[in-house]
Design a protein around this ligand. Structure first.
Ligand code: SF4
Length: 377
């Protein structure tokens, strides 16, 4: 019998209580969609069957599931239970598959968390963003810090032992001192994982048209360096540019993206990668509810060149970097031959390091990651 290949699954729940001012994710205010939620969930279940048969689901074993959004916790927990049940009925799951749901403070209670827990969800990802109420208001979030702390304590009581907290730096009016305070507050709670991204003001969001007092580049760099130092002291390991975990609690699901493993995405705007086939789902709710899942115009077979570019671009995000042996095994050419002179140039500049068969960004390189990674795409 041939061994089953690892697969990750992503489920997009595109509903939120209200839009945050910086958000460019595909999500709709829940109130405007109440009549669509049930249909959406039913279509998700159909899409799960469709993709399983279309992309040889029987050849795979599921190693991770991620419910993202939007705010998956904004809808009734029985919908999440139903989708997960469908996934389990259609695909075969590893016993220790990592199953994550994004939850936003203020959208969960004991019943909801218990339903998730009993359904087999074993990882929560809290979209906190800031421990400072002023900053939360600035971002247009619906919760305050106190609500988060209560929800976090409840999650522990229900039994969750693998919790991520999302934090956001470079928020308007934020100072290095307030960022430090944010970090201290969260370290005190001792979650297993912390993601710390800096705010990017995207075109098309309300923030884009507002006059914002953003921290200087120098302050941003100071915040980034402080994050690494403080979290390291608190027992977290940085394993990716913006992600820190207690040993053994790195997010399996995201590592699949960065290593270009196979994954299937369900729901509007979800992306899939099966070998060198990239599939994007439609972004229109109307089309999706009519059962048109994939955007056939953007379905593409990546060239070997594109695959290698992605492998470098994504692999360098991780602190372990890109394995030279794995690269040659998968793409049939060494990194040095594929990118003559590039690695050497950045090693000379102190931005890349080559050690024990891996190429990775140095501390300085992490600060200038975009410039280095652009060389490969
Ligand atoms: S909760 Fe997340 S997905 Fe929803 S509007 Fe806010 S940032 Fe966007």
């Amino acid at each position: 019998m041939t061994e089953k290949k690892p697969l990750s699954l992503y489920v997009h729940i595109p509903f939120c209580i209200k839009k945050c001012l910086y958000c460019d994710f595909l999500s709709f205010p829940l109130k405007s969609q109440t009549q669509n939620i049930e249909n959406y969930v039913n279509q998700l279940c159909r899409e799960i069957e469709y993709k399983n048969s279309q992309y040889s689901g029987e050849e795979y074993r599921v190693i991770s599931v991620f419910f993202g959004g939007g705010t998956p916790s904004s809808i009734d927990a029985r919908y999440i239970e139903k989708i997960l049940c469908k996934l389990r009925g259609v695909f075969s799951f590893d016993k220790d598959a990592e199953i994550t749901i994004e939850v936003n403070p203020g959208t969960v209670d004991e019943d909801k968390l218990t339903t998730y827990y009993k359904a087999g969800i074993n990882r929560l990802s809290f979209g906190l963003q800031s421990a400072c109420d002023e900053e939360l208001k600035t971002l247009g979030r619906i919760h305050n810090y106190d609500t988060f702390e209560k929800n976090f304590a409840l999650a522990r009581r229900v039994g969750f032992t693998n919790i991520n907290v999302d934090l956001m730096s470079a928020i308007p009016n934020q100072t290095v001192a307030s960022w430090e305070w944010n970090l201290n507050q969260i370290i005190r709670l001792n979650p297993e994982h912390i993601s710390a991204y800096s705010l990017i003001v995207e075109e098309g969001t309300p923030f884009y048209d507002m006059e914002l007092k953003l921290p200087s580049e120098e302050d941003e760099r100071a915040m980034y360096a402080m994050t690494g130092d403080k979290l390291l002291t608190a027992g977290y390991e940085q394993y990716e540019i913006s992600n820190y975990g207690k040993p053994g609690f790195e997010c399996k699901h995201n590592i699949v993206y960065w290593k270009r493993g196979d994954y299937l995405g369900f729901g509007i705007s979800a992306a899939s990668l099966v070998g060198n086939l990239r599939i994007s789902n439609v972004t229109s709710m109307e089309d999706y509810l009519l059962g048109q899942y994939e955007d056939t115009e953007t379905k593409e077979l990546l060239s070997l060149q594109e695959e290698m570019g992605e492998a470098m671009f994504l692999g360098l995000r991780m602190t372990e970097g890109v394995s030279e042996e794995a690269f040659v095994k998968r793409y049939g050419i060494t990194i040095t031959d594929q990118y003559p002179g590039v690695i050497e140039k950045y090693v000379r500049q102190g931005l890349l390091e080559r050690r024990k068969g891996h190429i990775f960004l140095t501390k300085e390189g992490m600060n200038l990651a975009n410039a280095v990674m652009c060389e490969f795409v």
